[in-house]
Design a protein. Structure first.
Length: 194
């Protein structure tokens, strides 16, 4: 429960968190590679009859392909649960803009993935969603020295036509780098004919 007080993390806490994050990331990447998963687009047959949570969990096990953008911007889905999705990414020089800072699009894409996938976990079979609005605030500059960061998306509301979620990019020390909210349109997927 958030009491409004700031939690102070020691250097030891931060190192322990970072070690846990990297261990979890390695486990997910090993599972995906062992399953032979690659970036791609799932076919209609691969997703038929599955809930959004089923699909997200299948990505974590390598049963379904992961998004090409994750490879391009070097981030990975590491956790999913009902109404929640967590991605881990590390800013790199290739993510910089000409002014020498991490491009805003890196933060936006990472957060859009986290909040969108959190909403995806709430979709029953046969329902889909698309981002209608994403609002982003960058509050701390990330750099190649930042190391791994996590984007944590959490659903606020999921209805039959609209869903909303919020997300945060944080470091292992608990520092906030960016936060976002999204509104997604929810709709019935077209029926597949055989």
């Amino acid at each position: 429960m958030d009491t409004g007080t700031k939690m102070v993390m020691t250097e030891s806490d931060t190192e322990q968190t970072l070690t846990g994050w990297n261990h979890e990331l390695d486990e997910v990447r090993d599972r995906i590679l062992t399953a032979g998963s690659k970036p791609g687009v799932a076919s209609a047959a691969m997703v038929a009859g599955k809930t959004g949570l089923d699909l997200m969990q299948a990505m974590l096990t390598g049963e379904l392909p992961y998004a090409h953008i994750a490879e391009t911007l070097d981030f990975t889905l590491v956790q999913v649960g009902p109404g929640k999705a967590v991605f881990q990414g590390t800013p790199q020089l290739k993510h910089y803009n000409p002014l020498g800072t991490v491009h805003g699009g890196w933060y936006a894409t990472l957060l859009d993935s986290a909040v969108g996938c959190a909403i995806h976990t709430m979709m029953p079979a046969g329902r889909g969603y698309t981002t209608a609005e994403l609002s982003l605030n960058i509050v701390r500059a990330a750099s190649v020295k930042s190391g791994p960061l996590r984007a944590i998306g959490t659903v606020i509301h999921c209805g039959r036509q609209l869903a909303t979620a919020e997300g945060r990019i944080v470091g292992p020390d608990g520092k906030l780098y960016a936060h976002a909210t999204t509104t997604c349109l929810v709709f019935e997927l077209p029926k597949q004919t055989t």
